[in-house]
Write a protein that binds this ligand. Sequence first.
Ligand code: GAF
Length: 397
Amino acid sequence: MTAPSRVEPAHDLTVAAGAEALFRSTFGGAADCVWAAPGRVNLIGEHVDYAGGLVLPFALPYVTVVASRIRNDDLMRCVSTHTTDRWQGAVSEVAPGRPSGWAAYLAGVLWALRESGIAPAGTGFDVAVHSTVPVGSGLSSSAALECAFALAVADSLGLPTNTDGRRTLIDACIRAENEIVGAATGGMDQSVAMLARPGHALLLDCRSGDSRLVPLDFASAGAQLLVMDTNAPHKLADGQYGARRATIERACANLGVDTLRDIRDVDGALAALTVPQSVPRVRHVLAEIRRVVEVTELLAQNRIADIGDVLTRSHRSLRDDYEVSSVELDCAVEAALDAGAWGARMTGGGFGGSAIALVPVDRVEDVVAHVLHRAASASLPTPQFLSATPSSAARRL
Ligand code: GAF
């Protein structure tokens, strides 16, 4: 049987029931905290969070649910409906690369909360996970897992889960991913999973950490934002993502700035770079930050259709200057544009994963059909399509 090409979001309580049933059958008794955290798409501002740039992501209506129960010993036990690969181990033995695999996102969060003195030593957790965020699709399933668990831990310990509390937890989730998982990611995904609001994108200033909500209503403009998951898995811990980040950090050192956001004279900065290969990388980052400003201004004027062109320019820059696209992503983007999308781009870390297309509603079926046809003609995996309605941040169920 072939998988359906459209993936509909499930009700929160249905996802929660999956996690809670697994919890009961594995550990016995009920979980004491059940939290959901969303996946995300980034509308624009790609590969700029670790350069102190601006990003404009929003939460998807697909969530990861964590059902957990606190333990008064050092043990963590983790199970998921998505894999038979279970993990159990002592929290005091969690270290970079240990554990490996999906449980590192959970164990890493508890490790980071202990390291920063938020969670006491001698506290463990039993955890069951169920998710509707596709894994390896560039839609931030990792951050959803981290954030749902971080909030469950905070809740169990009686710590605040309001906005200020969430900001502290975001830092712990980023540390877990950077230090225990070994993915040098920049923090956009954890921030939007914790701070998003329905009907809004989150404009996040990754230099100051400030954020504000930007109203985002595709339907009012007669449009849909289609997520096109290419089904070509991406990985952020395999070296390519880290290599891009390292190039940007070396360029900052070369230019004598803390972040590329601090650059005022773009041409001067590009001319001053001593490593020629870093020129297109820096050019992408600087142009992409300007594109986020452009999109934010267009949204303020309710000119949704006009952001299409900016999205497409972002894709070309990611493809040609930053070199993080893939055959599958390029195929989906060009097919969507040919079938009438106003704009399209890869979203997230790239090297596979998902693209987005801004499509007038009367062209959606044509775009879906065309993207499927082009992928089949090129013998690429069959894409699947998800709905991208700006949705809620992590929540207790
Ligand atoms: C991944 C990372 F996790 C983010 O921090 C961000 O860098 C993104 O890729 C690219 O914009 O999702």
